[in-house]
Design a binder for this molecule. Structure first.
Ligand code: MN
Ligand code: MN
Length: 322
């Protein structure tokens, strides 16, 4: 008998009961024989060693798993059940080394190399935004990817504290330098907030990144901006990265670097729905910091966005299978 990859139904076991896994999916260990049957694997990266301000994102995966047990299966607008469309599973957490940044980067890449080799598209739950870099080192091993990136920040700084290059403000600078991202196919949406200087913005613009500040998003509207984003990335494989601080802190206060004036949760849902039809290689949702989230609201917003991202990711897998 083959294994079911459907989430445990809330009609069989109440959604608040049981051992929490992402979306109530089966938990598989890397190396289990039936991992090759999985199309989308949720992976937690409990890491905040790249954080330069308020820490705590290392607790993100556990809080997100717990909150995700509230998610049901059917999308309210499209009617898609992503879990019926493709096999999804919870692949557990990367065994990070909380005392060593460089060791952790290697550990993350090594796990993701195995995930990719098994034919699984990874959906990462961070962790701070530095985790996108070691993930991209595995996902973009053959050619540079495009990216649609929702965030208050560009994360294109070069270095912090006199030349230190691996923080959550630098992952995409490294990714462009390493040939993991094609900057001309990178779209950043929601950029705002005070800066140290304009070095990150200057780098983005000099390299052809399409940077959509929050003012432009609100002026033009979500649909228009997402239509342009889809045109820019086309049908090439892309990475989708969602930093929870893209959403206004009145909705998602539990994060390391909050910036006022962001999009609301409905606008965030609309942004994710605008990804439909794209060729998505992998997604992440990062920067949920449970110690700054006493109500649990930010984790709930985070997993709700994860479900929204899962739907276009599952469509993308299904399209490539057909
Ligand atoms: Mn970020
Ligand atoms: Mn950010």
């Amino acid at each position: 008998m083959s294994r079911s990859f459907l989430p445990i139904s809330g009609f069989e076991l109440p959604r608040f009961a049981g051992v929490p896994t992402f979306m109530r999916l089966p938990h598989l260990e890397l190396g289990e024989p039936d991992i090759s049957e999985v199309s989308i694997g949720f992976v937690g990266v409990p890491w905040d060693g790249g954080t330069t301000n308020r820490p705590g994102a290392r607790h993100g995966p556990r809080a997100l798993r717990d909150a995700s047990t509230m998610i049901r299966q059917v999308h309210p607008v499209s009617g898609l059940n992503p879990f019926e469309a493709v096999n999804c599973a919870d692949l557990g957490d990367v065994a990070v080394n909380p005392a060593d940044v460089m060791d952790t980067l290697q550990r993350v890449t090594s796990v993701y190399q195995k995930v990719i080799a098994a034919g699984v598209r990874p959906f990462t739950a961070g962790g701070d935004h530095l985790v996108s870099l070691p993930v991209l080192r595995a996902v973009a091993k053959d050619k540079p990817l495009g990216m649609i990136h929702f965030d208050a920040h560009t994360d294109f700084y070069n270095s912090y504290f006199g030349g230190y290059k691996y923080t959550h403000g630098t992952p995409f600078r490294r990714a462009v330098e390493e040939g993991l991202l094609d900057p001309k196919k990178v779209v950043q949406i929601g950029i705002r907030g005070t800066g140290y200087d304009t070095e990150d913005i200057d780098f983005a613009l000099a390299n052809g990144v399409r940077l959509v500040r929050i003012e432009e998003l609100f002026k033009r509207g979500v649909e228009d901006v997402m239509a342009e984003a889809r045109d820019i990335v086309g049908q090439d494989a892309i990475y989708v990265s969602f930093d929870i601080d893209g959403i206004d802190p009145s909705f998602a206060p539990g994060t390391g670097t909050p910036e006022i004036g962001g999009f609301n949760t409905f606008e965030a849902q609309q942004l994710c729905r605008g990804l439909s039809g794209l060729n998505i290689a992998a997604c992440d949702l990062v920067e949920v910091s449970p110690p700054f989230d006493p109500s649990g609201m930010t984790a709930w917003v985070g997993v709700s966005i994860m479900f929204e991202l899962l739907c276009p990711l599952a469509e993308s897998v299904a399209a490539s299978n057909s």
